[in-house]
Design a protein around this ligand. Sequence first.
Ligand code: AMP
Ligand code: ZN
Length: 451
Amino acid sequence: MSLQIFNTLSREKEIFEPINEGEVGLYTCGPTVYNHLHIGNWRAYIFADLLKRYLQYKKYNVKHIMNITDVEDKIIREVKSQNKSLEELTEFYTDEFFKDRDLLNILPADIYTKATDYINEMVVIIQTLIDKGYAYKSEDGSVYFDIYKDKEYGKLSHFKLSDLKENADGRMKRDEYEKDNTEDFALWKAWVPEDGNVFWETALGKGRPGWHIECSAMSMKNLGESFDIHTGGVDNIFPHHENEIAQSECATGKNFAKYFMHNEHLLVDGIKMAKSAGNFYTLEDIIKKGIDPIAFRLWLYTSNYSTRTNFTITSVIGAQTALMRLREAFLALGEDVGVVNMEYKARFIEYLDNNLDSPQALALVWELLKNTNISIKDKRATILNFDKVLGFGLDKIQKEIIPDEINKLAEEREKAREKKDWAKSDEIRNKINNLGYEVKDTESGSKISKL
Ligand code: AMP
Ligand code: ZN
């Protein structure tokens, strides 16, 4: 069976054929570390994790690179407003990123590349582009990529330069802009006083790189000039990935990434979740509402990565209940591990081979749990096998046995709460605490755990 993935370059589902047999070079555009990520961002990384896990499941040797954008317009703004050094700010948020990654059970990339460690590589690519006539230096010392020199510009976002009105001498200094902005984009930004002490003295002059060149330098240095799969959210298609392709291919004369895969957005009331829209939740926000990060992961699987999904707390609370049921059902399968059921495994592969059809794969897990013709130890083996891809971390969960005495106290407390007898409810809570347990009231009911 062959894996088929939707390639944004062709706008078609294609059979995945790696450049080198058995090996996959995978690059994921990582976070810009100037504040906490929101769960829309995490959709992009959970999608990349599902893809990577599945490629590994299919026995590919995957080399996964993720960048950490630690110099960019928004970061510089934040550095100034918080009066911190670039390193102080970006290192703090990089650590926060790693903590949340682990809570979501996302496998670490093989290498996390910091943009500021690749300034030399960026300068070399920019110099090559100047030498080849694709880039030019402006009066202020910034370097721009001349999009009209690249005959293939627009091949990812599927628009033709010839259809657009040329904007004479238009130049785009910002990193983010709309598809109908046909300006040349900045490869190197000459220092301006607002940049403070964020600059590098290089052969190109005093300044800093543009955002797009960062990913070209980091991906090609670690995966080669041509590599297999590049991922990101759909908002990365233009301008970021379009520009990455342009500058990389014009510099090397070779194809850049063979497949581009993009996850669709997480929406709130039909609008993209974004910091700028103010409609976002961080992982911590949902944890505070009693939602396990893995429940968010499970919830995401209920729609394909390539479809837009509307986020509501209620639907994720539903996923939290489903996760609890899944964990209980898994624990009820006992300790013995039998053999993987080949019929179910074949179906699991069939679904995921179809552009990572996670809703079907997830439904199969429930179907398997209900199937009474398969022994519990074989079920356990099969579920553990599937979990290598799904990443719920079932191999790590253990039964937490809550003593009867504690359960009874919790029930009494619940009754007191129903009667709005808060004094009694607090008294019982203290009793529970004194016995080494705690009870938390969440939107999905109260939960008892060891202190
Ligand atoms: P950024 O830090 O803005 O570059 O975003 C990091 C990743 O999250 C990129 O791959 C974005 O495309 C992706 N992303 C941003 N917002 C959303 C969203 N609402 N839903 C899904 N992915 C998103
Ligand atoms: Zn990138």
